[in-house]
Design a binder for this molecule. Structure first.
Ligand SMILES: C[S@@+](CC[C@H](N)C(=O)[O-])C[C@H]1O[C@@H](n2cnc3c(N)ncnc32)[C@H](O)[C@@H]1O
Length: 255
């Protein structure tokens, strides 16, 4: 019998969060502190229309609406995470539009938003197509901001190749992200190194799970994806800890 599609799913962070095996709301290093820094760099303020591409559980979308007074729209491909995001916004009486869609073809007209953000996801996508879509839907003078992994040039191609093979992730170097933004048509591009948050985040997630949680996660992963899946999670953790892998905020303006 051929395996079911679910058993072929990679053991991604969102799959583990959707299953309840990992209880996280912000699915990125630095949590809402980093979201606040991104919001400041993107000059998000009351009444601005903001799109959060790949919004996950809606944690950042709710935060941007609640703390910055932004009019937020969140888009993600995961139905389960969007349901969770809508419940969260509802329970806080926040008027946020969540919609299902693909970052590669955003279902919005040109220039619809003042700011477009994408947290910890661009390196999973076809970066230039997704970035072009983000630039298309932001107005002239509006900002596009992300935070994501970057790899150290000194690590040569080996680390990047392992990341791509194991995770399907293709980060740029720190300078490479800036060049990508410029090639995408953005100006006044700035990047900030926040690699220290990546290390702290891993420690926090491990601490939150505890030994019992890590064992439960191991059993779950083996049942769902077989030993190959468990091995892949262990390798992911190992790769993510690599000191040659950094974390950066990148912001640019549409001229
Ligand atoms: C690492 S999580 C980050 C979630 C959220 N931005 C955060 O930082 O908490 C990656 C997210 O990207 C979403 N995703 C992956 N590929 C996507 C695509 N092509 N279009 C839209 N969402 C996508 C996943 O469903 C998941 O919610």
């Amino acid at each position: 019998m051929s395996p079911s599609p679910a058993s072929l799913d990679p053991p991604s962070l969102e799959a583990l969060v959707e299953s309840g095996m990992i209880e996280l709301e912000s699915l990125h290093p630095g949590g809402l502190l980093l979201t606040a820094e991104l919001a400041d760099l993107c000059a998000i303020s009351t009444g601005l229309k903001v799109l959060d591409v790949a919004c996950g559980t809606g944690e950042s979308a709710c935060y941007l609406a609640e703390k910055f007074g932004a009019r937020v729209c969140g888009l993600d491909r995961s139905e389960a995470l969007l349901a969770r995001a809508s419940d969260k916004a509802g329970s806080r009486s926040l008027d946020i539009q969540f919609c299902r869609g693909d970052a590669a073809t955003l279902p919005f007209p040109d220039g619809e938003f003042d700011v477009v953000v994408c947290e910890c996801t661009l390196c999973l996508l076809d970066k230039m197509s997704a970035l072009s879509e983000m630039v298309r839907v932001v107005r002239r003078g509006g900002r596009v901001g992300i935070h994501d992994l970057y790899w150290d040039q000194a690590a040569a191609g080996a680390l990047r190749d392992r990341l791509t093979a194991n995770e399907g992730e293709e980060p740029e170097t720190f300078e490479g992200w800036k060049r990508l933004f410029e090639r995408g048509g953005l100006v006044a591009v700035a990047a900030v190194d926040r690699s220290e948050l990546k290390t702290r985040w891993m420690r926090d997630v491990r601490g939150q799970l505890g030994l019992a949680g890590q064992l439960r996660l191991g059993v779950y992963a083996t049942r769902r994806w077989g030993f190959g899946g468990l091995w892949r999670i262990l390798r992911s953790e190992h790769l993510f800890s690599n000191r040659r892998l950094g974390y950066a905020l990148v912001v640019g303006t549409r001229p």
